[in-house]
Design a protein around this ligand. Structure first.
Ligand SMILES: Nc1ncnc2c1ncn2[C@@H]1O[C@H](COP(=O)(O)OP(=O)(O)OP(=O)(O)O)[C@@H](O)[C@H]1O
Length: 250
């Protein structure tokens, strides 16, 4: 579980996050949604320690991350997997080397053990016989799977995903969402996902937080979101004609 308590963040006097309180549960896909510029990325970066909140604290399973020394924070980061926008694979490394990378960096495992673990993770995301290929030789959906395999290589307790299905066709996007959801359940990971994608919201939104102008305006599940009375949330989700039609039929 990750808790954000009274998080405030400004840049050059411009308030970007206002008193955010949120609980992100283990074994759940927790989604942060909101329009462009609402503060989702700044919140995600504040949770993971890439931004220091001006005030407020972040707790990882009751451990106060904000108050930790650099060394303690560094140790805790080994429990965190990250899935960046655009996969962020290393172009000059093969698929297997990409997945092995965190194991090479942060473990004392032998080469054989690291290769075994990389293969286990690649199998888990249904990638077989592509170990020797380079990222440019595989599809965008496969690149995302490699990035997921790399993110779970160290057995993370926490997984952060920034727009995990950006750039993918709708069908592949659903496959990637479902994979993240399955892995979250299987390993009881606290997963936090930044997204604009309403398909993700309705597919895997177990706990959804809606940010509007840096404030948390709404919180609920995918079952609740289509029935919300919150005007700003409705303006956001029903900006799409498709979802408006769905609501009108409910
Ligand atoms: N390092 C920074 N310095 C100054 N301002 C910043 C910085 N990072 C973000 N901001 C500002 O904070 C606001 C929120 O940005 P943020 O990237 O969190 O939005 P977002 O909701 O993630 O948008 P998007 O969906 O487009 O990625 C924006 O006005 C942005 O310009």
């Amino acid at each position: 579980m990750i808790e954000a308590v009274n998080i405030n963040k400004s840049f050059d006097g411009k308030v970007v996050l206002k008193d955010i309180n949120a609980v992100f549960r283990a074994g759940s896909t927790n989604l942060i949604i909101g329009q462009s510029g609402s503060g989702k990325t700044v919140l995600l970066k504040s949770l993971v320690g890439l931004h220091k909140p001006d005030t407020g604290s972040v707790y990882y399973n009751k451990r106060n991350f904000t108050a930790m020394s650099d060394k303690e924070r560094g140790d805790l980061r080994k429990e965190i997997g990250m899935l960046f926008q655009g996969s962020a694979l290393f172009d000059s490394m093969t698929v297997e080397e990409n997945v092995r990378f965190p194991l090479d960096m942060f473990t004392e495992m032998s080469l054989e053990e690291r290769r075994e673990r990389a293969n286990f993770c690649l199998n888990r995301v249904n990638l077989i016989n592509v170990n020797h290929l380079y990222p440019s030789e595989i599809s965008g959906g496969m690149q995302k799977r490699v990035a997921i395999a790399r993110a779970i290589a160290l057995n993370p307790r926490y997984l952060f995903c920034d727009e995990p299905n950006s750039g993918l066709d709708p069908r592949t996007a659903i496959v990637i969402d479902e994979l993240i959801h399955e892995i979250t359940k299987e390993y009881n990971i606290t997963t936090i996902i930044n997204t604009h994608d309403m398909n993700s919201v309705l597919g895997i939104g177990e706990n959804i937080i809606f940010i509007y102008n840096g404030e948390k305006y709404w919180e609920g599940s995918k079952e609740e979101i289509l029935h919300s009375e919150n005007k700003e949330l409705n303006d956001f989700i029903f900006a799409s004609k498709f979802f408006k039609t769905i609501r009108d039929r409910l």
